[in-house]
Design a protein around this ligand. Structure first.
Ligand SMILES: O=C([O-])C(=O)C[C@H](O)[C@@H](O)C(=O)[O-]
Ligand SMILES: [Mg+2]
Length: 433
């Protein structure tokens, strides 16, 4: 007979949307808004354990998360396959998938499946956290056990302004980085503070020649360190090939130079540099075309995209099978997700590259203590569950900010944020160059 503490039945699910400070990071669509929405998921069991998860908090995700949460009480946190099945039944309004490209995630075409998978990921992590707490096991052990003690992350470099227009949002003490020297200064500080030894530059912001110069400056400043450039599909096939020509031998991989699998395949045939993606392959259905055409040599996993930690491991198995490399993508996220990313990355033998993480840019969190990068790595926790503790007061403060927002920040819109500085700005058509 199970003891009450081990009763895994879900009794309550709490959803708390929050707005967290986000610096003015530039990308091809525009600039990050002063605050960005995240959704914190708490799952309580009859045994008295609470698991936490985190995912996107925009309205289109909240619309799905609410009915999903309502359907969970009475199920067990160990019923993870049931959770996946349940997610498939949540209905998605047609208007949510008519608009084409996902503005926040820069994740290719938006589909009902992608929205569902992102919502599912937050609940799966919360269930795994609760299950780990109830059984005294860390999440990595629930996934089969870690194959490494620490997970390597790369410095995520952004062209950025020193502050948002008009000084909106929270100051973060970083200088502007709008040229090669600024990018190198930013990289130096991230390396000094966190020990990173590999670097990814978010491109698609300036003329390709400018971004080539920035990568060359990084190569000179950090000899031998792996470098990546990611313009989020902003370039045509000829431009992608020109950049590949210029940076062959300098880049570890070139991420999403062009938009869509056919264009990526064309680039891949002549680039002479591995191509990576978190845009043309973000669901299982997109794999066959991309892999059979040789369009990508590295897939960036992201449990928020693929539907959780177990789905990330399924992706890893497919990549292993087809000899495709595996890295990890990151979007603006808090410590709960960094912990989840670290647990799953620790279990995947073929995670061949340092993972991306926005975490150094997030000055606010909902945890009692922040996770730390040491020598560019996060140590894998052996504490039960994720090994993190939610701070209810911080959560309340960030939720209050969400409540008092007039709606402007509740849905990420990088083009709208750019219009504050440049009123004529519209999301650029691709290819932009
Ligand atoms: O392709 C990527 O790595 C991303 O899309 C990561 C983030 O979304 C990043 O580009 C951003 O937040 O501007
Ligand atoms: Mg990318």
């Amino acid at each position: 007979m199970s003891t009450p503490a081990k009763d895994l039945t879900i009794t309550d699910v709490r959803l708390t949307p929050v707005l967290v400070a986000d610096p003015p990071l530039l990308n091809t669509q525009g600039v990050h808004q002063p605050y960005t929405p995240r959704l914190i998921v708490e799952v309580e069991t009859a045994g008295g354990h609470t698991g936490v998860g985190e995912t996107y908090g925009d309205t289109k995700y909240l619309e799905l998360a609410r009915p999903f949460a309502d359907s969970l009480p009475g199920r067990r946190v160990s019923d993870l396959n049931g959770l996946t099945e349940l997610a498939g039944q949540v209905s998605v309004a047609a208007r949510r998938v008519e608009t084409g490209v996902d503005v926040g995630g820069l994740r290719g075409v938006q589909t009902a499946e992608k929205l569902r998978l992102s919502v599912l990921s937050g609940f799966e992590v919360a269930c795994l956290d609760a299950l780990g707490k109830a059984t005294g096991m860390p999440v990595h052990a629930l996934l089969g056990g870690r194959v490494r003690d620490r997970v390597e992350y790369s410095a995520y470099l952004f062209y950025r302004w020193a502050e948002h227009p008009g000084g909106a949002g929270e100051p973060d003490g970083w200088d502007e980085a709008t040229d090669p020297a600024g990018v190198v200064r930013q990289a130096r500080r991230l390396a000094d503070e966190h020990g990173f030894t590999s670097f990814k530059l978010k491109g698609g912001v300036y003329e390709p020649e400018e971004e080539i110069a920035a990568v060359r400056a990084l190569a000179e400043a950090f000899p031998g360190c792996p470098l990546r450039l990611d313009p989020n599909g902003a370039w045509s096939v000829p431009t992608s090939l020109q950049v590949a020509d210029a940076l062959r031998g300098t880049l570890q991989y070139l991420e999403d130079p062009a938009s869509g699998t056919p264009a990526m395949a064309e680039v891949a045939r002549a680039a002479g540099i591995p191509l990576a993606t978190n845009m043309c392959v973000t669901t299982l259905g997109e794999i066959p075309e991309a892999f059979f055409q040789g369009a990508v040599q590295v897939v960036l996993s992201d449990h928020h995209y693929w539907g959780g930690l177990r789905a990330t491991r399924e992706l890893a198995a497919l990549c292993r099978t087809f000899g495709v490399g595996l890295s990890m993508h990151s979007n603006t996220h808090l410590g709960i997700s960094l912990a989840a990313m670290t647990h799953v990355a620790a279990t995947v033998p073929n995670l061949d590259y340092a993972c991306d993480s926005h975490y150094p840019w997030q000055t606010e969190d909902v945890l009692t203590s922040r996770l730390a990068f040491r020598d560019g790595h996060v140590t894998v926790s052996d504490a039960p569950g994720l090994g993190v503790t939610l701070d209810p007061d911080r959560l309340a403060v960030l939720h209050e900010r969400w409540l008092s927002d007039d709606g402007t920040m509740r849905d990420r819109d990088d083009a709208a944020a750019m219009r504050v500085a440049s009123p004529a700005w519209v999301t650029p058509n691709v290819p932009r160059w």
